[in-house]
Design a binder for this molecule. Structure first.
Ligand SMILES: [Fe+2]
Length: 478
């Protein structure tokens, strides 16, 4: 048995790319579903050192199912071709565009459709990659040369404008993170540097109709880890000294920091970010059209937040629903498992009285929260998440404070489920949820489609291979 839990069972990488057509379906796929469900995740190409491997650092692989006319036309899985991934696969590496970000790792965290493109996403200064409809890699994505130095795995699409709002971090940015707005045309129209305390991992943020909410929390870049991960032994001490002098202080030009980043990030190795109790935990609120000077910061108890369910304005108050971890990367050097539960919390930020309060909304351990994204930044009532141990999908009614769970079955292991509205101008919660489910008994996966309101199964698309556990996915309409 592999000593690293992120390399065994359904975390283990699959060794091949597959193209399977006309998949077997149980139940009835709604006819309005015309598009692709795509999901990204780590899948190391070559043998890795289990002692050093962190789940967040595996070579990216996108898994997709094409649905049309009630049928499942194909399943494909494709590695994202970073230069190193292409070389490991015995292919000729393409020339890298360092304006797009570092070349050390193929985008492995999320995959979206925007402005007619399919884009595999990652964060921390590494480059994102544009894919074809059939998931082959076209090359690094810098949004038409308008956005440099990497992006984020969690952009948020404003339903009113179709624009993507994002917060990007990378230690080469000094003590700043970057807020950006990419237009519906796929080009950045606004970038703003926001001052933070140091060099945090800012995996997600929140967007309301009027505000941007930043999570400046105590998981920060660790120069010692970075030097040990990616630098030859004799270079580690000087590298650590130089990095320690720079990190969180000096802003390095993007193409240069991308190359420096490649010296500290290495695919299929460790993650140079750790829990840092000396770092103040703060939540920042900025008007959407503001800048760094307009951010109001609110101290919170030390914690880490990977994911926002949704957020909205309510007069002079901001309601922000997140999954809160008590600590992160304090104990387990291989992945997001500190042995403390992650629970759905609500931050209520009162801008009139300058205070923030926190309420636990559910005592069940969970992650991968999603909501009806037609209401992104607007008041939501419902949300969905993956129950502890991946065994069930949880539905939250946040008005009535009730929660229901749907078990995925004995031996079944779920993943993030995404909400897709039914056709027409339907109300919140009128739609389906979809995501990959792994069956340990058969060692195969399926794409499960649930009714979002009842959590009853609508259809199951049977995939004749295994889809390893991964991160984030989206439904991309044709
Ligand atoms: Fe995430």
């Amino acid at each position: 048995m592999n000593s690293n839990q992120y390399l065994r069972d359904n975390y283990a990488p699959v060794p091949e790319e597959h193209t399977v057509t006309d998949l077997e379906v149980t139940g009835h796929i709604p006819e309005h579903l015309d598009g692709r469900y795509l999901r990204n995740g780590p899948n190391p190409i070559s043998e890795v050192d289990p002692a050093g491997y962190h789940w967040f650092m595996g070579d990216g692989m996108v898994h997709g199912v094409r649905l049309r006319d009630g049928r499942a036309q194909w399943y494909r899985n494709r590695w994202v071709r970073s230069p190193a991934a292409a070389a490991a696969l015995g292919e000729r590496p393409t020339r890298h565009n360092y304006r797009a970000g570092g070349a050390a790792i193929g985008a492995n965290t999320n995959v979206i459709g925007h402005a007619g493109r399919t884009i595999a996403l990652i964060e921390g200064g590494a480059a994102n990659y544009t894919l074809t409809e059939e998931l082959d890699t076209l090359g690094p994505c810098d949004f038409g040369g308008t956005l440099t130095g990497g992006y984020t795995a969690h952009p948020k699409r404003d339903p009113a404008t179709g624009e993507l709002h994002a917060v990007s971090y990378h230690y080469g940015r000094g003590n700043t993170v970057q807020y950006s707005v990419i237009g519906a045309d796929g080009r950045a129209r606004r970038t703003v540097d926001i001052r933070v305390t140091g060099s945090p991992m800012m995996h997600d943020f929140a967007l309301t109709e009027n505000h941007v909410v930043f999570y400046d929390l105590p998981v920060t870049f660790d120069a010692r880890d970075a030097a040990e991960i990616a630098v030859p032994r004799w270079m580690r001490w000087p590298t650590r000294l130089v990095m320690s002098a720079l990190i969180g202080r000096i802003r390095v030009p993007d193409p240069i920091s991308a190359r420096i980043g490649d010296m500290s990030l290495k695919a299929n190795a460790g993650l140079p970010y750790t829990w840092d109790l000396s770092y103040p935990a703060r939540v920042g609120v900025m008007p959407r059209d503001g800048d760094s000077n307009d951010v109001r910061w609110f101290e919170v108890d030390p914690c880490y937040v990977f994911h926002t369910l949704n957020a909205y304005d309510e007069g002079d108050t901001i309601v922000c629903d997140v999954v809160r971890h008590h600590t992160m990367f304090a104990k387990d050097p291989h992945g997001p498992d500190d042995g403390t539960p992650s629970r759905l919390h609500r931050w209520t930020i009162d801008l009139t009285h300058n205070k923030i309060s926190e309420t636990q909304l559910d005592d069940c351990e969970q992650e991968f929260p999603r909501a009806d994204e037609r209401l992104l930044g607007r008041r939501h009532r419902y949300g969905y998440s993956l129950h502890a141990d991946t065994a069930a999908i949880r539905r939250h009614d946040l008005v009535n404070a009730t929660h229901t769970s749907r078990s995925l079955g004995t031996g079944a292991q779920g993943s993030e489920f995404v909400f897709v509205p039914n056709s027409g101008n339907t109300s919140e919660d009128d739609g389906i949820l979809m995501g990959y489910v792994y069956d340990a008994a058969t060692e195969r996966s399926n794409l499960t489609i649930l009714d979002a309101a009842s959590l009853e199964t609508v259809a199951t698309v049977h995939i004749p291979v295994r889809v390893p556990h991964g991160f984030h996915g989206n439904w991309i309409s044709a």
